[in-house]
Write a protein that binds this ligand. Structure first.
Ligand code: ADP
Length: 279
């Protein structure tokens, strides 16, 4: 049972004509996998994630979760975005419990026991992400990293089959970012959380993932799939090993070869501009 992405494509239509964002793309995410999508900006990483979330239709191909085709958003997928998307007037605890309460109000299929067990699970999650002492705080009283911990706990509270994370740590400072990477890694090891993760940060992808899919420049397609050879129970120090550095070099070379701004083209443009500037 898994997330199956089969030959999906995406073409956006806008005022300036059409944009081919994604070439036919296929991959699977199995239970317990932590799969990261990396690639140059604009190559279709977020588009892939939004299609898996059911927030954006595909232009072709099929996405299914546990054999069921995805046609819209659902509680079987938890989303975490870069901008936290918390409700500012609710406390940490209320934010984590909110989406399930919404469901409980509209859908009478959950028994009282299920609702209570969900509440207990949500309480545990608040502890796991390290916010036990802040359960009554409002989002405005929290740091960026703490807000993102709330967003992760909230997404996990519905016990989704998979977490879909779009550059979730992009707005955080370097140290907080590493703490969050460690949290996600440990969640995936100990809770077997299954994750599809979008990042432009090669080091983050290598540290956190069990598998990395490298996209080409737009229109994106998978140009390489890397099974990360380190134990899942790895520690931050792994970033200083020669094996890690070698993989990082390899990934950066792939990205530079696939459309990132390279040094020579920047130098050429600088030269052109400086020639045309008055002395
Ligand atoms: P990435 O996440 O890899 O940076 P995206 O998936 O956000 O890339 O975008 C891929 C391409 O699709 C980009 O060229 C972007 O401008 C375009 N795009 C994304 N969303 C839309 C949209 N809603 N309408 C038109 N074009 C879009």
């Amino acid at each position: 049972m898994s997330l199956e992405i089969s030959n999906i494509t995406k073409v956006y239509s806008g005022r300036n004509g059409t944009t081919e964002a994604l070439k036919p793309t296929s991959f699977s995410v199995h239970p317990g996998d932590f799969v990261s999508l990396v690639g140059p900006s604009g190559c279709g990483k977020s588009t892939t994630l939004y299609m898996a979330a059911g927030l954006e239709p595909t232009s072709g191909g099929v996405i299914s979760l546990n054999g069921k085709e995805i046609t819209g958003p659902g509680r079987d997928r938890g989303m975490v975005f870069q901008n936290y998307s918390l409700l500012p007037w609710l406390t940490v605890e209320q934010n984590v419990k909110f989406s399930h309460q919404l469901k409980a109000n509209n859908d009478y299929s959950d028994s009282v026991a299920e609702v209570l067990s969900h509440q207990a699970y949500a309480d545990q999650l608040i502890e796991i992400v390290g916010l036990g002492d802040f359960r009554n705080s409002l989002p405005g009283e929290l740091s960026g990293g703490m807000k993102q911990r709330v967003a992760i706990a909230r997404a996990l509270a519905n016990k989704p089959e998979i977490l879909l994370m779009d550059e979730p740590f992009g707005a955080l400072d370097a140290q907080t970012r590493e703490e969050m990477q460690e949290l996600m890694l440990l969640l995936s090891v100990h809770e077997r959380t299954t994750v599809l993760f979008v990042t432009h940060d090669v080091e983050e992808a290598l540290y956190i993932s069990s598998r990395v899919l490298v996209y080409s420049a737009r229109p994106g397609r998978i140009i390489e799939e890397i099974d990360i050879p380190f134990s899942r129970d790895r520690e931050l120090d792994i970033k200083f090993t020669p094996e890690f550095t070698q993989l990082k070099r390899h990934l950066l070379d792939l990205l530079h070869g696939s459309g990132s701004q390279d040094r020579n083209s920047i130098l050429q443009r600088l030269k052109k501009t400086s020639n045309s500037l008055p002395n």
